[in-house]
Each structure stands twice: as structure tokens, then as C-alpha cells.
Design a protein around this ligand. Structure first.
Ligand code: FMN
Length: 344
């Protein structure tokens, strides 16, 4: 059990926020398969404070979407405080502050991972947020450093977070300079764990359940935030829990994967609209069958598919031997192509 302020979590395995990925559809699927604490993707505090029309939809959620954290990114203590109060009043269960985003558009403003090098500004932001949030736990997610790989920058920020009464820190064991390259350094997580008394969550390169066990053993972290490993593998959260409990994780069958993918795509269209649904479905389908034999032609077909019906049909027809059977859609298209060829 993990205590974050008044929130008690039964499991130490969370979903890491991911822009353009961890939306309602993703979270509904993940929760069905056993995820407990989920997060929205990062939200700009400036935009939220201004009630920007494009930002509010990122905070949408459904009734069972609980416990759910929202993540804010920003550099201005006043708007971070204002946006934090809004997140609390909207009924979120956790507020997470982003000190990890490596994107230039964000860091050039002094936000995201750039705050790792500005402890005084981070201090002001934490103070302003804590003054504006009354009940929900506030956490911070950061990289191990901006360019310094030692983990000392993360330690410095984690100590400031602790002083201000934040409830936990999550450490992604990579510097901003590393982007997503190389291997995450779990020793940086251990360094932070040894430096503060609030819970420390480890993040970076958890792709199979056993990775989580190794990370916990090596770093002593209290919980795990799982990012990319769960894209197309929402069974990972439950798998990690099994391994941590000393059991063997169960693998989904190929047919189960197809079933869940089809449901994911259906939800994507339901919540994001058909146009976005088609675009997103291309990447979602590729996640689920990453590494499968014959996946390249399947991906190609999906990428050229124009409708959800077509995508669904290609998925239904995909099998371990490749799309050997002509898809129903393909059959229709072939007939119409033949007709138009005859007419010419
Ligand atoms: C597509 C994508 C979007 C991401 N968006 C966010 C975000 O909005 N907020 C955040 O804190 N981290 C974000 N991250 C970083 C992940 O949450 C995580 O820290 C990182 O991928 C390392 O963990 P992993 O190896 O388990 O993926 C994103 C990562 C990816 C790949």
C-alpha cells in the first residue's frame, strides 16, 4: 500500500503520463486490465489558467476513471498556482508537476526539465502550488538531470519538494540531454531514494514485468511509473503486480491482443471523434503487434487505410502467418478496381 496524502493506493504500479497517448481510451483499456493510478498527459499551466479551449478537452474523463492524476507543466509560479487550484476543483485525485519534459519549446521557456537547473524557480513554483492546493496530494516527476548524469540535480529538487510538503517524487533515470536514447540509469533513482523520506517512484525502461522487480531491488524505490512499455501491452501493469507478489505473469494470447486492440480503437473513435480516431488507430495498432512476424505489411495497410471499418477489417484478418486471407475490405476493393479497369 502506498499513501499519497489522503489517497491510499493498493498497488505500487502506476501509469506514467504520455502526451497524445494516455487519453480516455487508453486509460479505460488499462483500467479494465488492472491499472490503478492513471494520469492525463501534461497540460500547460498557462493555457489552463487562460481557459484555453484546446486545453480543456485534455482533462476530460469518464466516471470510472479514478484515481486519476493531472499533470501540469509551466514556469510561472502564479499561473502554476492558479492552474493547480483549478485541477483540484475539477476533482482530480493527484496533481503532478512536470520537471522532466525535454522538448525545446518547453525548456526554452524555462519549464519542464529546464527547472532542474533552476532550483530557486522550482522552489517558488512548489510554494505557489502548495498554497493553492488544499486537499489533494501534489507530486513531481523529473529527469535525473538536465545534462549532468550524476543524479545530483534530481536530489536537489527532490529535497526542495520534500521541504514544501509534496507527497512523492518520480525519477526518470535519464537526463534531458539523453532524450530517450541509451539505457535509463536506475542508480540515479537510488540516489534520490536515499536522500529524501517521501516516497520515490522509479521510471524508465520497464518493458517486461521482471524489469520492475529489478528496478525496485536496485534502487529501493517505493513504486514504479510505467510509460512506453504499456503502449500496446496494457497487461504489463498486472504482470508487474504478479511478479512483485512472487507469481508468474500470464501472457495474453494473440486473439486476446486483437480483441483488446479492437476495443481500444472503438473507444478512441468514441472519445476522440472518427477523424482523430483513424489517425490514432494507425499508431495504436502498430503498438499492439510490435515485433510480431509479418507486421510490416500489416502496418503498411493500416497506414493507408482511410476508414475505421477498413482498419478494423485489417486487424480482424491479421494472423500470425501475416494477412494471408484477403480481408473483406480488400475483397470489396479488388472487385471495384476490377470493374473500373473493365470500364476503361
Ligand atoms: C510519446 C511520449 C509522451 C510523453 N509525454 C509525457 C508527458 O506528457 N509528461 C511526462 O511527465 N512524461 C511524458 N513522457 C515521458 C514518460 O512518461 C516516461 O517518463 C518516459 O517515457 C520513460 O519511461 P518509460 O521508459 O517507461 O517509457 C512521454 C514519453 C513519450 C514516449
Amino acid at each position: 500500500m502506498i499513501q499519497l496524502g489522503q489517497l491510499t493506493l493498493k498497488t505500487p504500479v502506476f501509469q506514467s503520463p504520455m502526451a497524445d497517448c494516455t487519453n480516455i481510451a487508453f486509460r479505460r483499456i488499462a483500467r479494465k486490465l488492472g491499472l490503478e493510478l492513471a494520469f492525463t498527459e501534461m497540460i500547460s499551466a498557462e493555457a489552463l489558467a487562460r481557459q484555453n479551449k484546446q486545453t480543456l478537452p485534455l482533462l476530460r474523463r469518464t466516471r470510472g476513471d479514478k484515481p486519476l492524476g493531472a499533470q501540469l507543466v509551466g514556469h510561472n509560479p502564479v499561473s502554476m498556482g492558479k492552474a493547480a487550484a483549478m485541477i483540484e476543483s475539477l476533482g482530480f485525485d493527484v496533481l503532478d508537476l512536470n520537471l522532466g519534459c525535454p522538448v525545446r519549446k518547453v525548456t526554452s521557456l524555462g519549464a519542464g526539465s529546464a527547472l532542474l537547473q533552476q532550483p530557486d524557480l522550482a522552489d517558488k513554483i512548489f510554494r505557489s502550488v502548495m498554497e493553492n492546493v488544499k486537499k489533494i496530494p501534489v507530486t513531481v516527476k523529473m529527469r535525473s538531470g538536465f545534462t549532468d548524469p550524476s543524479g545530483n540535480e534530481a536530489v536537489r529538487i527532490a529535497r526542495i519538494a520534500e521541504e514544501h510538503g509534496l507527497s512523492a517524487v518520480t525519477i526518470h533515470g535519464r537526463t534531458r540531454a539523453q532524450g530517450y536514447a541509451g539505457k535509463a540509469d536506475w542508480n540515479a533513482i537510488r540516489l534520490v531514494k536515499r536522500s529524501v523520506t517521501i516516497p520515490v517512484f522509479g521510471n524508465g525502461d520497464i518493458f517486461i514485468p521482471e524489469d520492475a522487480k529489478r528496478m525496485m531491488e536496485l534502487s529501493g524505490c517505493d513504486g514504479i511509473a510505467v510509460g512506453r512499455g504499456a503502449l500496446g501491452n496494457p497487461w504489463l501493469y498486472a504482470g508487474i503486480r504478479s511478479v512483485l507478489a512472487g507469481h508468474k505473469p500470464t501472457e495474453p494470447s494473440f486473439e486476446e491482443k486483437k480483441k483488446v486492440l479492437l476495443e481500444h480503437i472503438r473507444l478512441e473513435a468514441q472519445y476522440e471523434g472518427v477523424k482523430k480516431g483513424v489517425l490514432h488507430s494507425r499508431k495504436i495498432a502498430a503498438w499492439y503487434f510490435k515485433g510480431c512476424p509479418h507486421v510490416a505489411p500489416f502496418r503498411d495497410r493500416i497506414n493507408h487505410a482511410a476508414t475505421l471499418k477498413e482498419i478494423t477489417s485489417w486487424i480482424e484478418d491479421f494472423n500470425r502467418e501475416g494477412t494471408a486471407r484477403p480481408s473483406r475490405y480488400m475483397w470489396r476493393r479488388t472487385q471495384s478496381e476490377e470493374r473500373s479497369a473493365e470500364e476503361q
